[in-house]
Ligand binder design. Structure first.
Ligand code: NAD
Length: 468
């Protein structure tokens, strides 16, 4: 039976864009995206969508009210649907056993129990959230134990590979769509029904079908491998700075080997985002549970290297500024974890700014997309700096890069927004309004250091030794 009615539980960075694209490409399917968060749903129903992704507005505005709906009526949408995506958050556990490593599956379990309780007909339930391997088994047990007799559930795993900032592009033209299912006649039928939704626009040879567990593990593995490349080039960037090798040249020389490839070999202040660290820690936890300590240690090193890179950058900034940043003004350009998104989860800027505050600096932040309140929330989290007041004493949020850099002792480029490139921002104007010597730290390797040195800046770039 072809799928005619889809419910997506979770209207976040994944559920929202993914299911909006399904509605955009499949006019014969009714898509209802639900969430418990009323404010988020109100935003999805307004002119000001709750997340920023290039191309998202157009798609939502075209289909909303036709075959695309956003509501908090979770039960109603579950009952109507023949296929349900579970696209809820799976953050790293904050407390209890496995804290700091294991995925918190409370939201997945909550959504699964709700499906079992309210469903009045058989459904295909699709794991869209990133979950530890064999979570589908737990979902199956919950569904079977709590549902009305005569109702049958099939479970598919369909992890999402979109990258924030390019979500719509990735969804419209994915490298692959992965669908795992139990290799039983019912499982294979469910897998086929979900594959047919995607083949409305994705070439059939890009739809990969596997068993359930391969699909679940592939998502963790893909993110671990991507993050590992970043940590690998960042580890090399430290050697470059100490030796005079140039990390961009090393990356280019290595990347030209077709076995290595050039993508994801850009050195930086470190990776952020809600997924890489969480998914690697998930893999580490899984390995420990499986009594594979060497495997766990191997993957954990990727996260350790990432933390090291951020701390190394901060230490370099402080030592360059004559070993003290007390009362100095540091302009931080960018707060989002990468360009073209307003998402700040695990953003490097958070770690950096907390360190600057601890060293008694004055920090001025500018980001073109991040909500000002969000910045204060991120910096005020319990920990070293645990009150909003304390953060407000040290941090000013600015309306432009020029305002942030005015009277600054140093500019630290943290997010690679195009508007911070030396072809977009007037660095002469920035320089003229700064204290001298004017320091510039490029944490994303997007600036032409030679050009900026000519203006007069003292420039430091990760992975490059200016004395080389
Ligand atoms: P998110 O926090 O932005 O959204 C999740 C939403 O689910 C929240 O709005 C929350 O209110 C809602 N929710 C939780 N429990 C619910 C319930 N029982 N009923 C209704 N709504 C409920 O999270 P996200 O970034 O969209 O991530 C979702 C999943 O996708 C995670 O497992 C994540 O690891 C994975 N993923 C994320 C990305 C990414 O780039 N963000 C990419 C690939 C995969």
């Amino acid at each position: 039976m072809p799928v005619r009615n889809i419910c997506c539980i979770g209207a976040g960075y994944v559920g929202g864009p993914t299911c909006s694209v399904i509605a955009y490409k499949c006019h014969d399917i009714k898509v209802t995206i639900v969430d418990l968060n009323q404010a988020r749903i109100d935003a999805w129903n307004s002119d000001n969508l709750p997340i920023y992704e290039p191309g998202l507005d157009e798609i939502v505005f075209e289909r909303r009210g036709k075959n695309l709906f956003f509501t908090t009526d979770v039960d109603g949408a579950i009952q109507e649907a023949d296929l349900i995506f579970v696209s809820v958050n799976t953050p790293t556990k904050k407390s209890g056993m496995g804290a700091g490593m294991a995925a918190d599956l409370a939201y997945v379990e909550g959504a699964t129990r709700r499906i079992a309780e309210v469903a009045k007909s058989s459904k295909i339930v699709v794991e869209k959230s990133t979950v530890p391997c064999r979570t589908a088994q737990s979902m199956r047990t919950i569904l079977e134990a709590n549902s009305t007799p005569g109702i049958h559930f099939d479970i598919c795993s369909n992890p999402e590979f979109l990258a924030e900032g390019t979500a719509i592009k990735d969804l419209l033209n994915p490298d692959r769509v992965l669908i795992g299912a139990l290799q039983t006649p019912e499982g294979i039928a469910a897998q086929k029904a979900l594959a047919e939704v995607y083949t409305h626009w994705v070439p059939a040879d890009r739809v990969i079908t596997t068993n359930l567990w391969s699909s679940e593990l592939s998502k963790l593995a893909a993110n671990a491998l991507l993050a590992q490349r970043i940590s690998s080039i960042n580890a090399l960037s430290a050697i470059c700075e100490a030796t005079g090798a140039d990390v961009d040249e090393v990356a280019y020389a290595c990347g030209r080997d077709s076995r290595i490839g050039s993508k994801f070999l850009k050195a930086s202040v470190g990776f952020g985002g809600s997924c890489f660290q969480k998914d690697i820690l998930n893999l580490v936890y899984l390995s420990e549970q499986l009594h594979l300590p060497e495997v766990a240690a191997y993957w954990k090193q990727v996260v350790i290297m990432n933390e090291y890179q951020k701390k190394r950058f901060v230490r370099h900034i402080i030592s360059t500024l004559f070993n003290t940043i007390t009362n100095k003004k540091i302009a931080v350009l960018g707060f989002a974890f990468k360009k073209d998104t307003g998402d700040t989860r695990e953003a490097a800027a958070i770690t950096l700014i907390k360190d600057f505050i601890q060293e008694h600096a004055r920090v001025a932040v500018y980001d073109p997309k991040v909500d000002h309140e969000q910045i204060f929330r991120d910096l005020s989290e319990p920990g070293v700096i645990d009150t909003r007041k304390e953060v407000e004493k040290h941090v000013t949020i600015c309306a432009s890069a020029y305002e942030a850099c005015h009277d600054a002792d140093a500019v630290v480029l943290v997010t690679e927004w195009d508007e911070f490139r030396d072809t977009a921002l007037d660095y002469q104007k920035v320089y003229d309004n700064m204290h001298k010597p004017a320091f510039l730290f490029d944490g994303r390797l997007i600036l032409d250091a030679a050009k900026l040195r000519q203006i007069g800046f003292k420039v430091s770039v990760i992975g490059k030794n200016e004395l080389a």
